[in-house]
Design a binder for this molecule. Structure first.
Ligand SMILES: [Zn+2]
Length: 124
């Protein structure tokens, strides 16, 4: 059994849906949704509206904190690597994972672990 966590939407409790109405018979209130798994914002929000509420409230602070883009970024050979794989329907074969450079069209094979590792990149 995985642990229940609360939706991080600042206004989640203000949306009066039936599933948010909780409590004992005479003392029911609309409450922040609590679930073992949520699909939005890397599992932090119960739905798109709650995720967008959070963004609307905190976007400026976030950009100020982590730094704003102040000049154009350029796609070059050095940062054009993307991860991809060829689907293999045969159960005996695993999918072929690779890096693909969208500028040079070069392919380099990688393992499935490297494919799934968010921090593993060839981009500089
Ligand atoms: Zn929510």
């Amino acid at each position: 059994m995985s642990e229940l966590k609360y939706c991080q939407g600042p206004d989640c409790h203000t949306y009066s849906t039936k599933d948010r109405l909780k409590g004992s018979k005479d003392n029911k209130t609309y409450q922040t949704r609590r679930r073992s798994h949520m699909y939005y914002g890397r599992g932090n929000f119960c739905d798109r509206r709650c995720m967008e509420d959070w963004i609307a409230q905190y976007i400026e602070q976030g950009l100020d904190h982590f730094g704003r883009t102040t000049q154009a970024k350029h796609l070059t050979e050095e940062n054009a690597w993307i991860k991809d794989y060829d689907w293999r329907g045969n159960a005996d074969e695993s999918h072929r994972h690779f890096f693909y450079n969208s500028i040079t069209k070069e392919q380099r094979p990688i393992t499935r672990e490297q494919y799934e590792d968010r921090n593993y990149t060839l981009n500089t």
